[in-house]
Write a protein that binds this ligand. Structure first.
Ligand code: CP
Ligand code: NVA
Length: 308
């Protein structure tokens, strides 16, 4: 399958077959660690990485992946480049396109990755915007498949904030034939436009997307229980209000007794606001560090496929 030259702003632009291809490529990289060094498919390639927000997993996995693939990654923090001093996103895209072979960008407004992609002659990869986090969802799907042996037909329960990671999981689950139920406090549901899109895709694949405010109903009989921080980057001013509102949405041992006994617990990390209790986070059902490791294997597949 040839994905070279493609942007990755959201998984909604990828078919289930293309997502399957990226997951299978990730598995190949993971299975043969030494192949990282033989497969220098990005020898002589450079990736510009724009970060407007902090990152541990996305930055480290991508820089490491570029090194393993034989290429070079440039970390371009917002305040290290002229973007932070008023140069436009559009001009940044046009300049980088003349010098590097790919752009990865972590931005506040999703519109900014859109502008980057429209003004770049090279692939643009969304490394998290206010709307989507596609790289995370590839790692999540790989982790689920490794632990459950399949994706299709499973039930994933999301409890917490209807945020960027939730939006992306809705698309990823619907495309891969998984049922997804979401419980958020009132007013914090995922984007209506994305829910509608996910419901349409899910219907075609014979599965269901359910949006509710009831954590117990959502977790009941789930194979996978997922949450994320209650306070995303950029929402710090709302932290106190959100943490108070989200108290009933903390994933506790009692809540997960409603899930299947062999459920897995996932969280994209960082785990900052005790959105799950330590008991759940540290339990045998928790696969959060497998999920973090899979960021490396999946981004290898994305970089090799889109930039190679
Ligand atoms: N999960 C994730 O994207 O982590 P970072 O913010 O550390 O990159
Ligand atoms: N929802 C979180 C994800 C961090 C990886 C945020 O946007 O900050």
């Amino acid at each position: 399958m040839d994905l070279s030259g493609r942007h990755l702003l959201s998984l909604k632009d990828y078919t289930p077959e293309e997502i399957r291809y990226l997951l299978d490529e990730s598995k190949k990289f993971k299975a043969d660690f030494k192949a990282y060094k033989r497969n220098r498919v990005l020898d002589g390639f450079t990736l510009g990485m724009i970060f407007q927000k902090k990152s541990t997993r996305t930055r480290v996995s991508t820089e490491t992946a570029m090194f393993f693939l034989g290429g070079h990654a440039l970390f371009l923090g917002q305040d290290d480049i002229q973007l932070g001093a008023g140069e436009s996103i559009k001009d940044t895209a046009r300049v980088l396109s003349r010098m590097v072979d790919g752009i990865l960008a972590r931005v506040y407004a999703h519109e900014d990755v859109d502008i980057l992609s429209k003004n770049s002659s090279i692939p643009v990869i969304n490394a998290l915007s206010d709307k989507y986090h596609p790289l995370q969802i590839l790692a999540d799907l790989l982790t689920i498949e490794e632990h459950k042996g399949k994706l299709a037909g499973l039930k994933l329960a999301w409890v917490g904030d209807g945020n960027n990671v939730c939006n992306s999981l809705l698309i990823g689950c619907a495309k891969m034939g998984m049922n997804m139920s979401v419980a958020t406090p009132k007013g914090y549901e995922p984007s209506e436009e994305i829910v509608e899109l996910a419901k349409d895709i899910a219907e075609d694949n014979g599965v269901k997307i359910i949006i509710s405010n009831d954590p117990v109903a959502v977790v009941t009989n789930a194979d996978v229980v997922v949450t994320d921080t209650f306070v995303s980057m950029g929402e710090e001013a709302e932290a106190e209000k959100k943490l108070a509102l989200f108290k009933k949405y903390v994933i506790t041992k009692e809540l997960v007794t409603n899930a299947k006994s062999n459920y897995i617990f996932m969280h994209c990390l960082p785990y900052k606001h005790k959105e799950a209790t330590e008991e759940v986070f540290e339990s045998e059902n928790s696969v959060v560090f497998d999920e973090a490791e899979n960021r490396l294997h999946t981004v290898m597949a994305v970089l090799a496929s889109l930039m190679g």
